[in-house]
Structures are given as C-alpha cells and as structure tokens.
Ligand binder design. Structure first.
Ligand code: SAM
Length: 284
C-alpha cells in the first residue's frame, strides 16, 4: 500500500482552496443531486427520519460540506476526514449548521490517511463525499476508498476530479505540449491525476456499484481573473517542472497579461462521479 509518507502530497494551501471555492461551487453538477436525493430518501433518510450520515473524505477547509449540506434536506451528521490538521480544523469551524429545510447539521473531525480507511469506518454511513480528491489519490488509496464505500453499501459523490482537458481562448500552439506535461506532472508519485474517474468507475463497477458521471467545468473569464492568474501560474509551473521545454520563452507572461486584461478565457474540465449501490432505483 502506498502511504502518504512515501509520496509526500503537494501543499494544499488554504489561500488556493479559498480562491477556487466560488468557481468550484458554480462548477459542481447540480444534476447529480436529484438521483442522490432520491436514493437517500429511499434509504430512509430525510425529514422526519433518521439523520443523514455523511463522511467528507479529504475535506480540506470544508468547501464540499459548505456546498452540499444546505442542498440536502433533514438533519445531518458529518464526519470530516483529512490528513492535514490545519485544514481539518478550519473545515470543522466553518461547517454549516442547518440543512436545506433548516434541520440541524452536526459535524466532527477525523485526522486520518485515507489509504487506511475501511468499511468499518463507514459503518451506518449513508453518503461518502469527496471534492477535488480522486485525482490526488494513488491507485492503492482509491482502492481502499472503493472497498470501504462498497463494503459499507453506501452512496458516494466525488466532485471536481480533473479530466486532463483544458481549453484556452484564444488558443496557442504551446497549449497542447503544456497540457501533456502538466498531466504527466499530475501523475507523479503514482497519483491518478486525469485517469482518476475512469479508474474509480472501473473499481466501483467491479464491486457491484453503479456509476453516473456529470461534467463540472470551471469557466474562467474576466470575472474570475484572480483564479485564472493563479491557475495559469500553477499550470505552467508544474508543466515546466515536468518538462522544462514545454512552454516557450515569454508564454506565461503573455498569457498572464491577457488574463489580467480580461482577454483570455479558460475552461478546465472536471467530472463529478455519483456512485450508487446496485439495486438503488435510477432516477433521471
Ligand atoms: C485538492 S484538496 C481538496 C480539498 C477540498 N475537498 C476542496 O474541495 O476544497 C485535496 C485534499 O485531500 C487531502 N488528502 C489528499 N490525500 C489524502 C489522504 N491520503 N488522506 C487524507 N487526506 C488526503 C488533502 O490534505 C487536501 O485537503
């Protein structure tokens, strides 16, 4: 099993997570919520029944909980998992306290490497979530998560996994080699990077769960210039670290200038993955 100590994680800076939170909230696929709500209602959670039990894996500063808890009805209890104690305590302090219909939402935190999670940790859990998570996991860590979710027989919603596809407007001949180098960087240390959703679908299906995917792109235009600038720096920086010749001289400066003037559009493609236990009714 690959552990996080063997494969040190890139830093997940709170500032970066804060900068992306609004774009993440706009991007997450609301179309996944109807089949999810229907499944949870069939399972007997919701208003007037037992509280919905949710686990957020790799919660960071908690943006998934801030987005999802107020979109689901009824009382809820959340357990927030992360390996970073600083991010975890921010997430705990900022969890919403009311659900979609005003019922109480309670939460607690769990400092943990997801590579060691098992079905016992998810006993009685109704829903596992994770956001911007699958692509930073190794195959072994994802396997632990898939075993745990399917062992517990619960649903899972993994939002905002990168697909490896980006579009820049206007385009530039250096965009494709940069994309290739960036995607190779994402796969460093055995992380799944852009392969994550495909691998996850295969793992969950092999274990008898059904999977549905939804597109959830970031659309970074002039109204998202600060995120666009930070994303460009990170994208080109990682690509150059992987392949120093990937970006021609002056590329980054030109792109940053265009982004700052509102003359660059970027679409960063993501996928949201909904996993339902076999036998759950499929709703449109
Ligand atoms: C890209 S951040 C996403 C954070 C948050 N879910 C969000 O959407 O803003 C990935 C998070 O996963 C956590 N993480 C990554 N690998 C992990 C592991 N093996 N065990 C526990 N947490 C992990 C990181 O510490 C980080 O907080």
């Amino acid at each position: 099993m690959s552990s996080v100590s063997e494969n040190p994680l890139p830093a997940f800076e709170p500032d970066w997570l804060a900068l992306r939170e609004e774009a993440d909230a706009e991007a997450r696929a609301t179309a996944a919520l109807d089949p999810l709500r229907a499944h949870l209602a069939e399972r007997g959670t919701g208003p007037g029944t037992h509280p919905l039990r949710v686990v957020d894996l790799g919660c960071g500063t908690g943006s998934q909980g801030r987005w999802l808890a107020p979109r689901l009805p009824g009382a809820q209890t959340w357990v927030l998992y992360d390996i970073d104690p600083g991010l975890l305590s921010t997430a705990g302090a900022r969890m919403p306290t009311r659900s979609a219909d005003g019922a109480p939402v309670r939460s607690r935190m769990c400092l943990r490497d997801l590579g060691s999670i098992t079905g016992r940790d998810l006993l009685d859990v109704d829903l596992v979530t994770g956001s911007a998570l699958l692509d930073v996991l190794t195959r072994d860590a994802l396997e632990s998560v898939a075993d745990a979710v399917t062992g517990a027989g619960c649903a899972a919603l993994f939002t905002l996994s990168v697909t490896g596809r980006v579009e820049l407007f206007p385009s530039d001949p250096a965009d494709p080699p940069l994309t290739t180098a960036f995607n190779a960087h994402q796969r460093r240390g055995g992380r799944l990077g852009p392969d994550a959703v495909g691998v996850a679908e295969e793992m969950f299906r092999e274990r008898g769960h059904r999977t549905l995917t939804f597109t959830s792109p970031w659309r970074l235009g002039h109204d998202r210039a600060p995120l666009g600038l930070a994303w460009l720096r990170g994208w080109v920086g990682a690509a150059r670290e992987q392949e120093p010749a990937a970006a021609p001289h002056g590329y980054l400066e030109r792109r940053l200038g265009a982004c700052g003037r509102g003359e660059l559009g970027v679409i960063v493609h993501h996928t949201d993955l909904l996993v339902l236990p076999e036998g759950a009714t499929e709703h449109p």
